[in-house]
Structures are given as structure tokens and as C-alpha cells.
Design a protein around this ligand. Structure first.
Ligand SMILES: [Zn+2]
Length: 141
């Protein structure tokens, strides 16, 4: 794929991708190219943009971006996990039972966390108990 910057007779510039350099000439001869701004068919190739899709450089940059993104997300999740571990009481797989005790006992102001099965989760939601599900990242994974 090659990207060209195209220019119409009124000076509008826009980018377009072609499978190869001949494709532009072919399409243009048949008047199949038009300006995206004024629909003029009088199109000229301006300059070839120095970018070719799928180049190694692009891929590397995308991979780096993705990795940075993931590690930021992971750090956020780790922070959440730390906060929960410090401020909430862990009740393990008794969560759905405990959460009802907390929910229906107005005197209890406890924050708890634990695990549920999807079924338990649905039941609790039906009872109007708000849950937040957090992706539980492990520190060394
Ligand atoms: Zn135009």
C-alpha cells in the first residue's frame, strides 16, 4: 500500500491509499477519483507521503505503545488491589453470603471483598446489591 497526498484543481489536499503507484493513474484516467471536499474529478498527485503501511517501524511503535498502555493499566489495577486489600475485609468465596449480611444489617458499615460465581452475582444484582468487579492482577504476572 502506498499513501499519496492528492490535490484537486481548487487546491484541496487529502490523503488516499493505493495498492501501488499504477493504481492511482488508472483510477484517475477513468475519473474515479474525486476530491473529498468539493467532489472535483480534477485530481493531481501532490507528493507521495513517506509512509508505507505495515512497515517494520510502524509495527514496532505500535507494539511499544501497546506495552506502555498495558503496564499503565496494570499499575492502576495493582493500586486498586492494594487499596482494596487494605480497606476491605476479605471473605473469600463466602462473599455472596457476607454481602447480604452487610446489606441487610443497617448497623454494619463494613466493606468486604471476595469472589462470587456468575450465578451468585446475578442473584445479588437482582436483590439490588451493587457490586463492583475488579480484574484481579497479580503482582508478578
Ligand atoms: Zn476540492
Amino acid at each position: 500500500m502506498i499513501k499519496y497526498i492528492l490535490r484537486c484543481c481548487k487546491g484541496h489536499e487529502f490523503e488516499s491509499w493505493f495498492s501501488n503507484s499504477n493504481e492511482f493513474d488508472k483510477l484517475n484516467k477513468k475519473n474515479l477519483l474525486e476530491c473529498i471536499y468539493c467532489s472535483s474529478n480534477n485530481i493531481k498527485k501532490s507528493i507521495m507521503a513517506p509512509m508505507i503501511s505495515g512497515s517494520k517501524k510502524d509495527k514496532d511503535e505500535n507494539t511499544i505503545l501497546l506495552k506502555e498502555n498495558l503496564s499503565t493499566k496494570k499499575n492502576e489495577l495493582l493500586r486498586i488491589r492494594k487499596f482494596v486489600e487494605k480497606n476491605f475485609e476479605y471473605v473469600g468465596d463466602k462473599f455472596s453470603q457476607k454481602v447480604r449480611e452487610v446489606y441487610y444489617d443497617r448497623n454494619t458499615k463494613k466493606s468486604i471483598y471476595g469472589t462470587t460465581t456468575p450465578e451468585e452475582r446475578d442473584e445479588l444484582t437482582e436483590e439490588g446489591i451493587d457490586l463492583i468487579s475488579i480484574p484481579w492482577v497479580s503482582k508478578d504476572n
